[in-house]
Design a protein around this ligand. Structure first.
Ligand SMILES: [Zn+2]
Length: 403
């Protein structure tokens, strides 16, 4: 049976590789999408029921995974959340043979099966009704219907309690090195989150529009989250140096970096520079983090931890306040961003630059990144008047010109 399936897959690959997609007519291409979806449905449904049997027989155990969804994620290179959804559906289908049959014969897509199962599992008498709806309704309509079934079958307080019980906030690093988060919580708590982010997001949006930038609202929401976290960190470090009691510990990041990479400023073949438990970061970012929070810098050579050094670049509160007072806006000429400003070491900390009033300047996030990673520099312009400082913003080619 497996040989038959494997040769079918091989045959499928052969046939599809013969298709020269560039010469396929538009109409045929659309038909091709439909056929490809049929293939996907067949694969998805087989995978789902197979996962159900793997779970029933516990055959995922003993391979180092902590759960069946972790096993599936490793086995098929799919993200954890997708694996969790497959495991959940497989479990529900055990109790919904009609839905399972519809998934297996291709009547239902995976997305439709998820919605039917979600409703039918709490109200089994609605299974037929949801399956009928799936025949002509969009997945979105099906989802709404299923949500209504779930709402009708459980009382509101109970539902809220269930959702709260299943709350989570997860993070993972994707294959492209990006940091991802995914969360679930009650709508009430979610509203609290959005209420905290929204005003900051709006401010960032306004500032961006003023400077002629246009990005997606989601991008500004991410910036708002960063600004909020930075504010929390700053409040913590301020509280830590004053007499204010704080029950929250300072943020500790364990950065693991090869000593040679630290000296060189970037990693080479296989060297490590990462925040333990989060993922790889550029060496420049690692050195920037020094002192942002109380930091344990684990300098490693290969896999052996050679030295454990505690390094701090904490800016004393008084100095921080003075810098904030002096630099109300981003100090790059023509930039008028006032929100989420970051303190930059003009001569980088990694190059021995001190935390002094003279060596510190406030920049917006974008200009800070450009200065840290893209070779931009602030150059002091001499002015006669007392304490006022003026800067020129030099892009990398400018630097080359002046030698
Ligand atoms: Zn700026």
């Amino acid at each position: 049976m497996f040989d038959e399936l494997k040769s079918a897959v091989t045959h499928l690959r052969e046939v599809s590789s013969r298709i020269n997609i560039d010469v396929v007519a538009g109409k045929d291409a659309a038909a091709l999408v439909g056929i490809a979806d049929e293939i996907r449905r067949a694969g998805d449904s087989l995978r789902t029921v197979a996962v159900g049997q793997v779970e029933r027989t516990n055959s995922w155990k003993g391979e180092g995974a902590k759960s069946i969804s972790e096993w599936l994620s490793i086995e098929t290179d799919c993200p954890q959340y997708e694996a969790q959804a497959v495991v959940l559906l497989a479990n529900q289908l055990k109790h919904l043979p009609v839905t399972q049959a519809a998934l297996r014969n291709g009547t239902l897509s995976n997305a439709q099966a998820v919605e039917v199962a979600r409703g039918a599992i709490v109200a089994p008498n609605t299974e037929t009704q949801l399956l009928n709806l799936a025949k002509h309704a969009t997945v979105r309509d099906l989802r709404d219907a299923s949500s209504r079934v779930v709402a009708g079958a459980t009382d509101e307080a109970e539902r809220h309690r269930q959702v709260h019980k299943s709350r989570y906030f997860k993070s993972w690093t994707d294959l492209d090195g990006s940091f991802n988060v995914r969360g679930r919580m009650t709508v009430a708590n979610g509203a609290l989150v959005m209420a905290a982010l929204k005003p900051i997001q709006d401010e960032i949006f306004k500032a961006a529009r003023k400077s002629g930038e246009h990005e997606r609202p989601e991008a500004y929401a991410a910036d708002a989250l960063m600004a909020l976290c930075e504010k929390a960190s700053a409040a913590d470090s301020a509280a830590g140096t004053s007499q204010t009691k704080t029950t929250r510990p300072n943020a500790v990041m364990n950065i693991r970096i090869d000593i040679d990479a630290l000296k060189r400023g970037h990693t080479e073949h296989g060297e490590i520079c990462e925040i333990a438990g989060v993922g790889p970061i550029p060496v420049a970012a690692a050195t920037e983090y020094l002192g942002e929070a109380f930091l344990k810098l684990l300098v490693i050579d290969g896999t052996d931890i050679r030295t454990i050094a505690h390094m701090g670049r904490t800016i004393p509160t008084k100095l921080r306040t003075a810098v904030e007072e002096r630099d109300r806006v981003c100090q790059v000429p023509t930039c008028d961003v006032t929100l989420g400003l970051e303190i930059d070491h003009i001569v980088p900390f990694a190059e021995g630059g001190p935390a002094s009033l003279e060596n510190l300047v406030r920049l917006c996030k974008r200009h800070h990144l450009q200065k840290t990673h893209d070779g931009y520099r602030l150059e002091k312009i001499e002015v006669e008047t007392g304490t006022e400082r003026r800067w020129a913003w030099r892009s990398p080619p400018d630097l080359r010109d002046t030698g």
